[in-house]
Structures are given as C-alpha cells and as structure tokens.
Design a protein around this ligand. Structure first.
Ligand SMILES: Nc1ncnc2c1ncn2[C@@H]1O[C@H](COP(=O)(O)OP(=O)(O)O)[C@@H](O)[C@H]1O
Ligand SMILES: [Mg+2]
Length: 260
C-alpha cells in the first residue's frame, strides 16, 4: 500500500530546496530519448483511461507528462476525474519547485488540436463517461493501464466494448499491465496478460504492450512527492520499467482505427 501524506506542506519544500535532504535533481534527463519521435503534422492526443479506479491512470499520465516535457515537448494535461488526483499532483510539483514545470490541467477534452510536437494527455475514468467518449473520439492513442485481477480484466473488456461501440473512430488502443507482482513471472500477471491478449484479439487496433510496470513503492512516492519515478530514483527498476513503457508509447503514430 502507498503511505499517504496529509498535506502538501511548504515545509517539505523548504527542506528539499535547502538541500538538507535533496531529492535527485529534477532536471536530470531520462537516459535515452532517441526513440521519441515527434508526430508529423500535429500534436499527439493520448487518453489514459479505464473504468477501474486505482489502475494507475493518474500515475501514468503524470510520469509520462514529465518524461515528455523533459524532452522539450509542449504538454497539455486534461483531468476529467472529479477526484482531481492529477491536478493535485501538478500542484504539489509546482509547490515543490520541480522542473520541468507542468501547467495546471484543463478540465475539458473539447480542445483545438495541439501544435506540432505537442502532447495532450487526458486522465479519465468512469466518473465522466461523456468526457471519456469525447476524449476517446479525439485520441490517436488510448492507453489502458490494467491491474492483474479478474475484476480488472472484466472492467477492461467492458471499457473496450464501450469505446468501440460508442466511438468507432477511436485511435489505436494499447493495454498494459500496471502494478504487476514483482518478478514478472508471477502467475497472476501471466494470466492477466493472456486474458488481455484474448480481449484485444476481439477488437481491431487493440493490442497489449509488452512493457509493464511492477508494483513498486517508487510509484507511490511519485504521487506523494510530485515528481516522476525517474527523477526520484533514476537507477531504480521502476524508472527502468517506466522509461521502457514511455518509449513504447511514443512510437510513431499509426493510422487511426477505421472499421471497414
Ligand atoms: N506500479 C505501481 N506500483 C505501486 N503503486 C502504484 C503503481 N501505480 C499506481 N500506484 C498507486 O496506486 C494508487 C492508485 O493510482 P492512481 O494513479 O491514482 O490510479 P487511478 O488514477 O487509475 O485511480 C496510487 O496510490 C498510486 O501511487
Ligand atoms: Mg486518478
């Protein structure tokens, strides 16, 4: 379980900034940026969604935003979850002075297209289905974090069917396992991957990313400290896993899903 902090206190900020207990420098760049390819002709629009709470949507949006911003991309964040985890997280980051800074997330997905090289990242769950479907209709990539577990698999199947039925114009869909048991050979994780592959085979333009994130304390710290895992613990397994996932996400965009 992730231990929670009760406040985003400026006392912590002062401690960090005074260098008495400094975090690894936020400006430290991710190791390998070579695969990040700016999309030709316009910005990327990515929805990170699932019907299931706790699957890691906000964590992934936030870490991906920092990773992309670190490489000089313009980032537009959209937080459609009434819990506003992403918004709180950006506020903590701002308060603690981490760089690159992220702008306060927007609250609507009805946006003009982003400029070339920009990334719009939408964090959305079941609480705003209308917003979810609007966002999915604009997305060139729908990214779906899934925790291993039967209820999560069912919810993901339902989610995919919903977006495929309601928004057949959705972009490419990529599923990935989040909060996998450490040691990726665990039975639960293997079964989850098999189940997700079976689900994805039922729909066009859906596939499972081989990259996955283990259940690691660094992701909890990421939320409580307003910084990405590769800023907090650059040499950690969490950092390595996240960067592999990010590289897979920023692959050049493929065609949108059109059913024949
Ligand atoms: N890979 C992971 N390992 C450990 N904890 C994680 C991981 N991904 C997310 N978490 C934690 O799980 C909780 C839910 O994550 P969150 O991103 O808020 O999910 P969602 O936005 O889908 O509701 C948070 O406490 C977060 O720190
Ligand atoms: Mg969330």
């Amino acid at each position: 379980m992730c231990a929670a902090k009760t406040s985003k206190s400026k006392t912590e900020k002062r401690t960090d900034k005074a260098g008495e207990n400094p975090p690894e420098k936020a400006k430290k760049k991710a190791d390998d940026k070579s695969a990040a390819s700016p999309a030709p002709g316009g910005g990327r629009f990515v929805v990170v969604g699932n019907l299931k709470g706790g699957s890691g949507k906000s964590t992934v949006v936030f870490n991906l935003a920092v990773w992309l911003a670190d490489q000089g991309h313009t980032i537009r964040l959209v937080d459609l979850d009434p819990q506003k985890t992403l918004t709180d997280l950006v506020a903590v980051r701002t308060e603690l002075g981490w760089e690159p800074a992220l702008a306060t997330p927007l609250t609507t997905a009805e946006l003009p297209p982003g400029g070339p090289g920009s990334w719009t990242l939408v964090d959305v769950g079941a609480a705003d289905m209308a917003g979810m479907l609007t966002a999915v209709g604009s997305a060139d990539l729908v990214l779906v974090p899934v925790m291993p577990g039967q209820a999560d698999i069912w919810a993901t199947q339902r989610y995919l069917k919903t977006i495929d039925r309601e928004r057949p114009d959705h972009g490419v869909v990529r599923l990935f396992v989040n909060r996998a048991d450490a040691g990726s050979g665990s039975r639960e994780t293997r079964e989850a991957v098999v189940a997700l592959e079976a689900i994805s085979g039922m729909l066009g333009a859906v596939s499972v990313l081989p990259a996955r994130l283990g259940r690691r304390i660094a992701f909890c710290r990421s939320l409580s400290e307003g910084s990405a895992v590769f800023e907090l613990e650059p040499k950690s397994k969490a950092s390595e896993e996240f960067q592999a996932l990010a590289q897979a996400i920023v692959e050049p965009r493929r065609g949108r899903n059109r059913k024949s």
